[in-house]
Structure formats: C-alpha cells, structure tokens
Design a binder for this molecule. Structure first.
Ligand SMILES: CC(C)(COP(=O)(O)OP(=O)(O)OC[C@H]1O[C@@H](n2cnc3c(N)ncnc32)[C@H](O)[C@@H]1OP(=O)(O)O)[C@@H](O)C(=O)NCCC(=O)NCCS
Length: 276
C-alpha cells in the first residue's frame, strides 16, 4: 500500500531522473524521445515511484485513447527490483487509465515484465518483432505524399486497423511526414508515417500488397531501417524474410479487459512498443 501511494506523475525536475531509470532498465539511449508524448499530452503521463533521498526508483508511462489505454516504458531501477514495485507501478498505471475511461488496457511486455502483468490478470495476445534492414522488390504502387487533407482518411484507416481511436496521438504529428496510397472512392488504402517517438515507421494498410509496398518505401535505404511488425501479419513477415531483414528484439502484446477489434494483418509497422 505504501508503495502504491507514493506513485504519482513526475514533476519537471524528475523527468531526467525517470529517463535515467529507464536507461538503466535497458530501454536504450533514445527513450527520452519516447517520453515526450506522455509528458506533453493531456492524455498521457509519466508516473514515477519515489526513491530514497528525492530520487526516482521506478517509472511507468501511460497514454489514454478513448476506450483503450496503453502502459509503456515501465521500468524499475536494478537496485529496487523484486520488492513489488513493478506490480505497484502497473496497478497505478491501470488506475490512471481506468479513471480516464480505458476499458481495455494494453501493453507490449518483455520477458521480465510478462509474469508481473500475468499476476495482475493481463492475458497474452501476440508477439510483435522489431526488424532491421533494407527492402528489396515490392509490388508496384503509386505513392502520394501525405498532406493535411489526408488526416480524416488516415484516422479512419487507423481505427479500422487498431480498433482504437488514436486521434490524440495522430493529431500530435505535425507536419505529417509520410506517404499514402489512395483508393479513390474507398478512401486511403494505406499510409506510412515517421513519428518523433520511435526508430521505426508506422504503417497501416487495408490490403497486403499495399502494406508491403509501403514497407519497401519506408526502408528503401541506403541506410538500414526499422519496422516493428505483429507476427500475425503473414504478408509482412514473408516480405521481411525475402528481404533478409534481421530480428532486433520482440515483445508480447497483452491486455487487461475486453478484446479490442484489432487487425494485425493490416498493421505493417508500429509507432513503437509503447502504444503500438
Ligand atoms: C520487469 C520489471 C519492471 C519488474 O520490476 P520489479 O519491481 O522487480 O517487479 P516485482 O517486484 O513486482 O516482481 C518481480 C518479481 O519479484 C517478486 N517479488 C515481489 N515482491 C517481492 C518481495 N517482497 N520479496 C521477494 N520477491 C518479491 C515477484 O513475485 C516477482 O517474481 P517473478 O520472478 O515470479 O516474476 C523490472 O525487472 C525491469 O525494470 N526490467 C527491465 C525493463 C523491463 O523489462 N520492463 C518491462 C517492460 S514491459
């Protein structure tokens, strides 16, 4: 109880301390960029557990989207582990999201995190893998540069693919930097956008050949690019194998609450392993 009551949104002074905990918990050098969204958005927060002497010993970030919500960048300083802090941070994050209307709480779990979440009732959905490489041959497709006038179409396809209303995060991407495939009367058939919060490109597509063409465009080189793809997307995985991409890391999608009508076979790239 004492642990949970000391978990609260980070003050500005504590944000660098939270970043340091996450770096030491293995989140890499770019984690500060990932925290910008929960830090700045009224629909997100960086929750911290107070450590000794005004420090921070654990962090959990949250992002609420209408009836769903995400927990990400959850880490405990190595010296504070195995005392129940990971569980207390997860419970605090779930409470924060439920208070904002999230009926289903989602996250991408590492192997270390999985047992903590399972004990709290989270169930496993499927794995997503981060891949790196340079694309090869792909179906010929006419790509358009995304403009502001595509926002409504982008949001409609995102809702179909994720089963969520992620407007809070999509609206934050200004200017839109990416490409799309226009289906005429059918609206946008696919889009690919670079975001400020992850190494990879987010890609949604209503048809496999469109998704693969967008993956190819996003990783055309010369430098290797990253794509995070759900294992349930067979067309994407086949293309990554054909292009000889290498696996970087992976995580397990888990949920607490009713299943979301999610279409992994239409998701060809995730923003990141925090909010999908
Ligand atoms: C995953 C992580 C957050 C867990 O943090 P934690 O504070 O150690 O979590 P908890 O203490 O709640 O639970 C961890 C284990 O300690 C045990 N434990 C909890 N309280 C305990 C206590 N008082 N005494 C002994 N063991 C205890 C738990 O039963 C659990 O056991 P397990 O090995 O069966 O899972 C932490 O290991 C971490 O930061 N890892 C690296 C980053 C990461 O993978 N984050 C998850 C991203 S999804």
């Amino acid at each position: 109880m004492r642990l949970a009551s000391a978990i609260r949104p980070a003050t500005d002074r504590e944000v660098p301390l939270a970043v340091d905990v996450l770096r030491r918990a293995g989140f890499g050098t770019q984690v500060a960029r990932l925290l910008e969204y929960p830090r700045r958005s009224p629909h997100g927060a960086i929750l911290v557990a107070e450590g000794e002497g005004g420090g921070v010993s654990g962090v959990a970030c949250v992002a609420a989207f209408a009836s769903t919500g995400w927990i990400g960048a959850l880490g405990v300083a190595p010296e504070a582990r195995r005392r129940g802090l990971g569980a207390a941070l997860t419970e605090a994050a779930v409470r924060w999201l439920r208070a904002r209307g999230s009926q289903t709480v989602l996250l991408y779990a590492t192997e270390a995190g999985r047992p903590v979440y399972e004990r709290l009732g989270f169930v496993t959905e499927e794995r997503a893998v981060a891949w790196r490489g340079v694309s090869g041959a792909a179906p010929p497709t006419d790509l358009l540069r995304l403009t502001e006038s595509d926002r409504a179409g982008m949001g409609a396809l995102d809702r179909l693919v994720t089963g969520e209303r992620r407007d809070a995060v999509l609206d934050t991407i200004v200017p839109l930097s990416g490409v799309a495939v226009d289906g005429g009367a059918d609206g946008l058939l696919g889009w690919a956008i670079a975001s400020p919060w992850g190494a990879g490109t987010a890609i949604a597509a209503a048809r496999p050949e469109v998704g693969v063409a967008l993956m190819a465009a996003a990783t055309a080189g010369p430098a290797a690019g990253t794509l995070i793809v759900p294992d349930g997307n067979g067309a994407a995985i086949d293309a990554l194998h054909a292009w000889r991409f290498v696996r970087l890391n992976d995580a397990l999608r888990m949920r607490l609450g009713p299943a979301v009508a999610w279409r992994p076979e239409m998701q060809f790239g995730l923003f990141n392993l925090f909010w999908g």
